[in-house]
Design a protein around this ligand. Structure first.
Ligand code: PLP
Length: 378
């Protein structure tokens, strides 16, 4: 039996670890010190953390002091939202396509939550934003930079102008955009910004919240004074070190990230010729994300067929329970009819043109089989 090489096109769920990040993690494991200790071993661990802070800051154009390390994108979003509420924000406006980490934290925050709709392309409808901000008391708006399912890039800088005119705050979940497109925190006009290491080729379980001068961080867990009092607990030195190395490598590789867009669009063309639909195609998107749908070809069936062909992709967003729900993002775009059929293909730093071609071959072969079966039944 010949075994087919595995093709991984599920980077938006998690990216394979970059060699630079793996090396940094292993090197940090050799250190014995606690970064809070004043002795030589402690100082060496502190150096590792501070080097990584600088590297992560560089990825989004901020100085190291603006970066607070946390356990991942979920905690970064929660720290931003809960800090804003603890600092007196009376209301949240959350876009209809935010990740569950934002949606669920907002729902549990105890303040009222309004939803900012998106248009048919999956872009936030900013014509509704001023209305939602009017007379509501100080508001935090949560608008992600790029969507995890469609890759659609959101008009964050334009939203920021509206939010600032209303004296509100803007939180940006940049977990999926980081390392895939250039990000400048000041140009975005964000007050807080969430990052996650494992989406850029770093280790899982580490992330960062970038905090601007207008925002306040109120600690959620109490204990030591780590992270300048913003997050108690001994730092994940190895994870943070890997995050820093991944951030530097991602920044270096940004010019090549656009190549994925050419390969992605060739696959999209084949899907469309076979009768499929590409979601968010009319909007600016991350170059390496493709969200497709073909009526009658259930998301889970697509994932299983591709898996059998050695190609790993996701149905909509990756669910921690392993269950696949109809895509909430696709529904928000007004395509409830296609929500059960959405598939996400996402490449990244190690993906090749051949990966995208083989994925297309496998998808088309499966779609043909499904079509033949449907014709037999009819
Ligand atoms: N935000 C977005 C847009 C995501 O796609 C994810 C992960 O899928 C998260 C937040 C959560 O990040 P983490 O897995 O690091 O907690």
């Amino acid at each position: 039996m010949t075994s087919k090489p595995a093709i991984y096109l599920d980077y938006n769920a998690t990216a394979p670890i970059r060699p630079e990040a793996r090396e940094a993690v292993l090197r940090a494991f050799e250190l014995a010190g606690n970064p809070s200790s004043v002795h030589a071993f402690g100082r060496a661990a502190r150096d590792v953390v501070e080097t990584a802070r600088k590297q992560v800051g560089e990825l989004v154009g901020v100085v190291a002091g603006s970066v607070t390390f946390v356990s991942g994108g979920t905690e970064a979003n929660a720290l931003a939202i809960e800090s804003a509420v603890a600092s007196g924000v009376k209301r949240l406006v959350v876009s209809a396509i935010e990740h569950d980490a934002v949606v669920e934290t907002a729902a549990a925050s105890g303040v009222s939550v309004a939803v900012l709709p998106v248009d048919a392309h999956g872009v936030a409808d900013l014509s509704k934003l001023s209305e939602l901000l009017a007379g509501a008391g100080r508001t935090l708006v949560c608008l992600m930079l790029a969507n995890n399912e469609t890759g659609v890039i959101q008009p964050v800088a334009e939203a920021s102008a509206i939010v600032r005119a209303a004296d509100g705050l803007l939180h940006v979940d940049a977990v999926q955009a980081a390392g895939k497109i250039a990000i400048d925190f000041s140009d975005l006009g964000a007050d807080t910004l969430a990052l996650s290491a494992h989406k850029i080729g770093g280790p899982q379980g580490v992330g960062a919240l970038v905090v601007g001068t207008r925002a306040n961080v109120v600690r959620r867990q109490h204990g030591g004074g780590q992270e300048r009092g913003r997050r108690a607990g001994t730092e994940n030195v190895a994870g943070i070190s890997g995050f820093g190395a991944a951030a530097s490598a991602a920044l270096r590789d940004l010019p090549q990230a656009a190549d994925q867009g050419i390969w992605r669009d060739l696959l999209a063309q084949r899907v469309k010729e076979a009768g499929g639909v590409v979601l968010g195609e009319g909007a600016e998107r991350l170059p390496q994300t493709l969200c497709l749908a073909a009526e009658g070809f259930a998301s889970q069936v697509q994932v299983m067929n591709l898996d059998l062909a050695g190609v790993m992709v996701s149905a909509g967003s990756a669910c921690s329970s392993g269950k696949v729900k109809a895509s909430r993002v696709v529904e928000a775009m007004g395509r409830t009819d296609l929500a059960p059929f959405a598939l996400r293909v996402s490449g990244g730093w190690a993906s090749t043109e051949a990966d995208w071609i083989v994925c297309g071959d496998a998808w088309l072969a499966a779609w043909k089989r499904i079509g033949a079966r449907r014709r037999e039944v009819a």
